[in-house]
Write a protein that binds this ligand. Structure first.
Ligand SMILES: [Zn+2]
Length: 208
């Protein structure tokens, strides 16, 4: 595979603990150019998020989880395709991240989770040769977009299944997330649709 000659895939050095999941498809068939953050629906620890996916009975997994205190668990090696977003096409190319959240709308997350999500996205972009993280806020535009070699795209689970994931709390912050990550990578933020100061807390998009 072409991309494996360019970049050797690795796992994040931000990982605090490892709870490997048997639920994955092995090596990716597409290079990493997406990040898909999820809400795990529970203020769980990193270890407990790992425990959600450590049985083959579950038939689900994620690459990383972020516990409510900001600690990170590795569940599926970044080089492998996790079973997380109800989409083979997405998960072949996306790093998936389950984030501890409240159990009800808008599935709010702690500051520790959000700040670690920013740091983890920066790390994932850097190791995969990306200088920009983009959020278009539009399903068709995002899924039809061919990222340039230095670009990473944010996608969300609600585009692939009848779910509210990642919850409106995080969904309304994805423009902020993209711009903060891009700023830390040293890239221009002009391509992102949403500005970091504009958070829309009024728009409710879907229910579970
Ligand atoms: Zn999800």
């Amino acid at each position: 595979m072409e991309y494996e000659r360019v970049i050797t895939m690795s796992n994040s050095s931000l990982v605090n603990c490892t709870v490997k999941s048997p639920n994955h498809s092995g090596a990716r068939t597409h290079s990493i150019d997406r990040i898909t953050p999820h809400c795990v629906v529970g203020q769980l620890s990193a270890e407990s998020i790992g425990g959600c996916f450590d049985s083959s009975n579950v038939q689900a997994s994620c690459n990383y989880g972020i516990g409510s205190d900001g600690r990170v668990v590795l569940c599926v090696d970044e080089a492998n395709r996790s079973w997380c977003s109800s989409s083979n096409a997405n998960d072949q190319r996306a790093v998936t991240i389950e984030c501890a959240s409240d159990m009800t709308h808008p599935y709010a997350m702690t500051d520790a989770v959000y700040e670690k999500l920013v740091a983890l996205c920066v790390d994932i972009c850097r190791r995969n040769g990306k200088t920009k993280l983009l959020w278009f806020g539009d399903k068709d535009k995002s899924l039809n977009y061919s990222p340039k070699s230095n670009e990473m795209i944010l996608t969300v689970h609600r585009w692939f299944a009848n779910k509210s994931c990642p919850g409106d709390w995080l969904y309304s912050r994805l423009g902020n997330l993209a711009n903060r990550v891009t700023a830390q990578l040293g890239g221009s933020t002009t391509d992102s649709v949403q500005k970091p100061t504009k958070l829309d807390f009024t728009k409710s998009t879907s229910v579970i």
